[in-house]
Structure formats: C-alpha cells, structure tokens
Ligand binder design. Sequence first.
Ligand SMILES: Nc1ncnc2c1ncn2[C@@H]1O[C@H](COP(=O)(O)OP(=O)(O)OP(=O)(O)O)[C@@H](O)[C@H]1O
Ligand SMILES: [Mg+2]
Length: 473
Amino acid sequence: MEIKEKMLISDFSFYYDGGKRGGSKMVLNHVSFGICANDVVSLIGPSGCGKSTLLKAINRIHEVSYSVRVEGKIFLDGGNIYDSTIDTIWLRRKVGMVFQKPNPFQKSIFENVAFGLRIGGNHNEAEIKDIVELALRQSAIFDEVKDRLNESAMTLSGGQQQRLCIARALATKPDVLLMDEPCSALDPISTQKIEDLIEELKKSYTIIVVTHNMQQAARVSNMTAFMMSGELMEYGATKKVFTNPLKKITEDYISDMLNSSGISELREHIVTMQAHVSDMFRNMLDGFAKLDIKESQVIIEKDRKVDEMKHEIDRMISTLIALRQPVATDLRIVIASMKISTDLERIADHITLIAKSMKSLKKILTAEKIKKKIQKLGFHTYAATVNKIFEGALQSLNEGNTLIAKGVCNSKEEMLGSSKKMIKELMVEMSSKKLNLESGLQFIQILKELERIVSLSGNISEDVIYIFEGDGA
Ligand SMILES: Nc1ncnc2c1ncn2[C@@H]1O[C@H](COP(=O)(O)OP(=O)(O)OP(=O)(O)O)[C@@H](O)[C@H]1O
Ligand SMILES: [Mg+2]
C-alpha cells in the first residue's frame, strides 16, 4: 500500500489498562484520518474525548508512564510507528511534543534546548551551539534570551517558557510537531506570539494542535478534526468545518463553544425591526381602505424609527465581527442579519413612498374617485397579496422555515406579472384621458413600490434559505 500522506492514522483504537482491577478502558475508537505535510491540523472536542491521548499515541509518549493497548496503525512517512522495529527515541525526535503547561527542565536556557541533542549522542559543541541558536530563533525567543542563555529556564515568564519548550522540540529536527493546548496557560500577548509562530513553523513542519479555543482553531489551522467520546466525528478543511460542517453535532459544539449571547441579542433586534415594518404595512393597507391622511403621517413617523433601528443593528454587527469573530451558523446569522436589516429598511422606505403618493393623490382626486379606481384596478387585493408575501418572508425567517421561504421566492414572478397588467391598464386610461396624467403617475408609482417590496421579500427569503441550509457547498 502506498501512503501519500505525511501521517496516516488508520483504524486506530486505544485502551488504558485497568491496572490491578483488570479490564481496560477504550479511549479512542477506530479513529482514521490522514495528514499532509505542512498541514496545521486543529484537534477539537469536549474535555475527555481523547485529544491528548491521540497526541500522546502519535509519539508513543504514554508508554513511558502507562500500560496501554492499541489496535490499528499510525503511519509516519509510510512506516507504521507501532512496528516492533521502531526505536521510540528516534520516533520522539521525529515527532516533537509541546504540552499545555510549559515544562522546562531545571537547567539553563541553553541546556534545555541542547538536551535532546545530547541524549541523541551529539558531542560536537560548535554544532550544538548553532542548532540551539537556530531553534531559539525559529521559536521567536532568541532576542529575549540571547544575553542570559546560562540562566535557569525557571526565570523565564510562562509565555517564554512555552516558546523555550517549542525550541527544545525543534532542536532535534522533527518533521511533526504536536501541541497540546499550547496557549491555554498563557496571556493574550504570549498567545498571539505562539499563533504567529505556528504560522511561521508550518512552512517547515507538519503540526497538530489541540485547542479549546474555536477562534484559535479557525485562525491557525487549515484542517480540523472534531472528536467526541473517543470517536472522530468530522474531519475536513477548517473553513468547511467552521462554516458548513457535515454534521449537526459539529455545528452545535462549535456554536456552543462560542458564547452566543451577542447573536441572540442581534436576533431580538431584527425581530423588533420586523414588527415595526410589519406595522407600517398594516397602516398602509388601512390607508388604502379608509383613505385617511392620518395613516400616511403615522407611517412617515414610523419610518424614522426603523432607520434608527437599522443603525443600531449595524453597530451591533460591527462589534460582533470585531470582537467575537463568529463562525458556523453564527456567522451565517450575522451576514444574513446584515442583509435582512437592509432589506427591511428599504421595505419601510417603499411603504413610506406609497404613503406619500397617497397623500399626493388625495390632493388631486376626491376620496370617492380614488376608492373607485383602487377597486376597479384590483389594487387593494394586490396590496393585500404583497402583504401576505412580505409576512410569509418574515414567518420563514422567524420559524426557520425554508419551505415557506421557497414559496415566497416562487411567487415573485407571478406578482410582477399582475402588476404589469395593472400598469398597462392605467396607461391606456391615461392616454384616453379617462385618468389625468398626474394621478395616473401616482398610481403607477404605488404599484412600482409594491413590486419592489415583493422583490425585497424575495431577498429576505433567499437569506433565510442561506441561514438554514447553507450555500450547499
Ligand atoms: N492514565 C489514564 N488511565 C485511565 N484513563 C485515562 C488516563 N488518562 C486519561 N484517561 C481517560 O481517557 C479519556 C480521554 O482523556 P484525554 O486526556 O485524552 O482527553 P482530552 O480530550 O485531552 O480532554 P481535555 O480536553 O480535558 O484535555 C478520559 O476519559 C480520561 O479520563
Ligand atoms: Mg487534553
């Protein structure tokens, strides 16, 4: 069998020995996935799912302290690392490991990094010095320690100790670097340094990094493995796993991990904005029925409020994106909210323009004449249907109902067709002077505004389909 991946975990299971009580505990359950050279793989999943166990199994470090049993294989450059011929010292030099808590030895900074070389039998001091310096430079810590190489490693800060441990792992020229929550004990600035370092190191190494920080996984890795209860639930490109995972359980885990209070607040704002625009629409229908100028004034006032809401939503969205870097469904909700709030604002504008046209009409024609015209054209029924479509779009949004959303998208064409017919009728009346030009234009204006509301309702429904079904990629 030819293996093209740098590393291939093949049907791998892992058991901790039950000790004196006997029995054994299965911690990894038939895990399989491949890792290409220069990949950065993030390993995510709930506490106790076996992430650390999998890392330790990759360089067989567990054998130092525990009695364990494994099934399946792990290939490195095509060779099974569990073959009886494998020298574990060699393996641990090829596959370096960095732990959650920095664990430098009680030695000088220099000797910490030189350690692996010395036990590997290298006695060439000049060569050791060069390699130590290179490893410290690669770990972005050289400048901070170059004048104190003989001081104890224990005098370094936590973040420096972690970079020293990375240097120690790099000194033996590994191919693969395993990092078990390398930043979880570090402050944000040190974390940033380690993330920058991973970005640099991936040019020369293949890296597997365990993290509980979803934003970090999204930032540093190109591949993501999601584990649960010892099983690999999903493995794929980080971009895909974070924005459109195959499994709901993956999405739920990632979304839960990202505190989503900002998202629910955003959703509440969108719901309030909808209620307002919905109200305006009802005022407009009432206006058609009663031909009451007061309704138009109410609509114009409400439009101002909708504009304010839109600004507030924009502000919330920028904060969310800047501070929280939403992913998965949350990200889709943020993007869709941005579009939906814009569409709602526009719908409110069109309703307002209709109210203004009604006001103008009242100046030209008597209420009786307007009423007759509206009825004859079937205007009110048309407006009521547009209202239904608009409400359908809102319902699909609030219930996450993509079936209704698709219905809204489909009715668009039909609505535009019947509006065209009414406009034609109006033009005929205008040319035969049955209807004066000015009022005819106002009626056409109203129909055009209603058409735009249908289109925008269609946009909202398309966004609903996007939120709840993804882009299907
Ligand atoms: N030496 C051991 N003997 C027996 N069981 C162990 C041993 N070490 C770990 N386990 C068990 O193996 C399972 C996986 O542990 P592991 O440390 O790999 O999880 P993890 O995903 O790294 O969790 P965390 O995110 O909390 O670090 C857990 O149920 C744990 O209790
Ligand atoms: Mg762990």
